[in-house]
Design a binder for this molecule. Structure first.
Ligand SMILES: Cc1cc2nc3c(=O)[nH]c(=O)nc-3n(C[C@H](O)[C@H](O)[C@H](O)COP(=O)(O)OP(=O)(O)OC[C@H]3O[C@@H](n4cnc5c(N)ncnc54)[C@H](O)[C@@H]3O)c2cc1C
Length: 671
């Protein structure tokens, strides 16, 4: 018999293994297997909301496979659903396959390749070992566009494009599904004994592998399943996506203008290729319309920008695929001493950050939004990491599990490279330090988002909503809110934990109806400065530069030149990237390799990316088409170019030198 092993691919469209058994013309019996794997569920990153989302996808797929798909989505009581077509067990993968094989010999295993955390990597290796020793072929199909055993990063984009150009596997028709169902083995009826058989989805609340405090669900998360995923994508292409580019930065607008596909992509309810192919189709339609109409539409820019991000997805996942250890180790090893000295970790800071009680309203609102619904936009995620790793000086490894749990879309291949990039430990990216108060003022000027998630501050007037600690006592009294307890001081220097009345924060007292909100747990400016200085010191070391060069060779994005898409070598980069001034005093480490000693002083003083400045100066208008993609940097705002300025086609950096032949940020040749 054939076994289709479902993992993070709970959908019917663009599903090579299901397509093969339903439309491939062989008449072997088959089993469609899904496993709640104890060794994976006990990962510290797992949260009840992840399992609940997966359950919804499983039920949706089972209904489709069994031809009973009339009602969809949240109208179904997931935990009362009885699986018809999918054989589900609560047991390890290699163990279940072995047990199955002993009772009904397996002809072949069909599944999708997974790029995930170290434990799943170990699980896959164990399964492959078992397959080898038992002569059971295992076919792993690509669904992410990453290349396994990529020998050179130069080949990534061409491989990715080749993957996209392949025909999508046929989606089985109702008749083909009916024929397939006749060949499905009913393991219970045939007396096949499998450990941990589940007739209905398992409730995460009952899963012993998950710590009790992580078993609950999130009240306002997105609902899982292919039906919801396709609906979400349709609404994005029909109307929500028009303002994708302009709405991407604010947590208020990105809520609707963003695609919101990330959890569906992570758990495989929609495929990357399906999304790209269909958004390109829409793009072509719009281009055709544009030829006959002169009215400007934001759509084309938005779709180009969206497709770049879809490409980023695989670009980041490739990093983890090529180097699984980056889940635990700094990409650039010279940073490994940073934030790991005996007194660097402060439990109080960590707790305050995790719970959204840092005294910085915008940071707290973002974290509480995640806790409530499991999603927030890119910029806010980056800001949360920047605040934790720079202002609170927390090790990215300490914060990664909490973030993984609050992200419904937790995708290790994006998560770890992004965390490291925001924490400044990759060696090849500019330092990204967010001014959180300014971000709040820019992205949520009247505090709508803050008031929604930090109700203690809902009565606070607009002028104080971003800095409530500046409210005079009389105003606090008038608006019935108390900030801090009066004797806490912003004593970030030296990193002593503050004696803060955090426990009293965000509770309403019965007798007075006064809200408490903490005062800031650190001084924003001085904590940023100290952290930047420490990072800069490491970045300047010769050993860092040497290691960063290796990181670039292995993971850095490449550019298109002539017919050779990924042709630029660091050598070319080095010779052209002479100057490294970025906006108001920022540098890219890559380009800083080649400073003259004279330049070096100036550059190292400016060795920080002020994200706020950067964001407003980078033009999305210039974002490259997907095939030319190669930037790690989000580029969200439209800007006016000053005379002589030009925007790099590759990284979108705004260059000031009108005659420069190469971008001073990434070194790529001007196009
Ligand atoms: C520290 C940090 C951790 C992150 N962890 C995750 C994660 O675990 N899972 C995850 O899906 N995204 C992660 N992201 C990337 C990004 O924030 C989310 O993909 C995005 O917010 C999802 O919303 P959307 O689907 O509306 O995205 P859209 O803007 O509509 O983008 C469409 C898709 O493109 C991909 N994408 C978008 N931005 C990025 C990016 N910067 N890098 C890589 N892929 C991108 C995602 O798959 C996304 O669903 C992380 C970002 C940061 C800064």
């Amino acid at each position: 018999m054939d076994v289709v092993w479902l993992k993070k691919d709970l959908r019917l469209h663009d599903h090579a293994p299901l397509s093969l058994i339903a439309t491939g013309g062989n008449c072997r019996p088959c089993v469609i297997l899904y496993l709640y794997e104890p060794d994976q569920l006990c990962e510290k990153t797992v949260h009840g909301s992840h399992v609940a989302f997966v359950n919804e996808g499983l039920v949706d797929l089972d209904l489709r496979l069994s031809g009973r798909y009339s009602i969809a989505g949240d109208a179904i009581d997931v935990y009362r659903h009885q699986f018809q077509c999918i054989t589900v067990c609560h047991a390890g993968a290699a163990f279940t396959l072995r047990t199955l094989h002993q009772q009904r010999p397996i002809h072949q295993i069909l599944c999708h390749m997974e790029t995930s955390h170290l434990k799943s990597f170990a699980r896959d290796k164990a399964v492959r070992r078992w397959c080898r020793s038992n002569n059971v072929p295992i076919k792993e199909f690509n669904q992410t566009g990453v290349t396994r055993c990529l020998s050179s990063r130069d080949d990534f984009t061409s491989n990715f494009n080749r993957y996209l150009d392949q025909l999508m596997p046929e989606t089985p028709s109702p008749e083909q599904l009916q024929e397939m169902r006749r060949r499905l083995i009913n393991v219970d009826a045939e007396g096949v004994k499998l450990h941990g058989r589940c007739l209905s989805p398992l409730n995460p609340a009952d899963m012993q592998e998950i710590p009790v405090e992580q078993r609950h669900d999130r009240a306002n998360r997105q609902y899982g399943g292919e039906c919801k995923a396709l609906d979400m994508f349709r609404s994005f292409l029909s109307h929500r996506g028009a303002n994708y580019s302009s709405g991407i930065s604010s947590p208020n607008t990105s809520w609707t203008t963003g695609s919101r596909l990330s959890p569906y992509l992570t758990w495989g309810n929609i495929s990357l290729r399906y999304v790209i192919v269909n958004s390109k189709r829409k793009q072509n339609e719009l281009r055709a319309v544009k030829k006959v109409s002169s009215s400007p539409s934001p759509w084309l820019r938005s779709l180009a920008s969206f497709q770049s991000r879809m490409h980023w997805r695989s670009h980041f996942m490739q990093k983890l695929e090529s180097q699984p250890s980056l889940e635990e180790e700094d990409l650039c090893p010279t940073f490994s001493q940073l934030r790991r000295q005996p007194h660097d970790f402060c439990q109080e800071y960590y707790d305050a950050w995790c719970q959204g009680r840092t005294g910085f309203p915008f940071v707290d609102a973002c974290m509480r939004c995640l806790i409530d619904c499991g999603w927030i936009n890119f910029r806010m995620r980056a800001m949360l990491v920047s605040f934790a790793t720079y202002n609170l000086w927390l090790d990215w490894r300490k914060i990664s599990c909490h973030l993984a749990r609050v992200f419904l879309d937790y995708e290790p291949g994006i998560h770890y490279p992004q965390l490291q990039m925001q924490a400044g430990t990759t060696g090849i990216n500019a330092m990204r330090v967010y001014n959180v108060t300014k971000q709040g003022k820019d992205q949520d000027p009247s505090g709508i988002f803050i008031r929604r998630y930090v109700p203690e501050l809902r009565n606070v007037p607009d002028e104080y909503i971003h800095e409530p600690y500046n409210m005079p006592a009389s105003v606090q009294k008038k608006f019935m809110v108390t900030i801090g307890n009066g004797d806490d001081k912003m004593t970030r220097l030296g990193f002593q934990p503050l004696k803060q009345t955090l426990s009293s924060a965000h509770e309403e007292t019965d007798d007075t109806n006064i809200f408490f909100y903490p005062s800031p747990i650190v001084d924003e400016r001085s904590s940023s400065k100290i952290a930047k200085d420490k990072l800069s010191a490491v970045r300047k070391q010769e050993s860092t530069k040497a290691e960063a060069e290796q990181v670039f060779l292995k993971h850095g994005s490449r550019r298109s030149r002539g017919g050779d898409r990924d042709g630029v070598k660091p050598k070319a980069l080095s010779s052209t990237a002479k100057r490294v001034k970025v906006d108001k005093g920022q540098t890219s480490l890559l380009s800083s390799w080649k400073f003259s000693s004279q330049d070096h002083q100036t550059a190292s003083e400016r060795n920080v990316t002020n994200v706020d400045n950067n964001d407003t100066q980078i033009s999305d208008k210039k974002s490259t088409p997907m095939s030319q993609f190669s930037s790690d940097i989000e580029s969200p705002q439209a800007v006016m170019l000053k005379p002589g300025e030009w925007s790099c086609k590759l990284c979108t950096y705004l260059n000031e030198k009108p005659l420069a032949l190469a971008c001073s940020m990434c070194g790529s040749l001007r196009q």
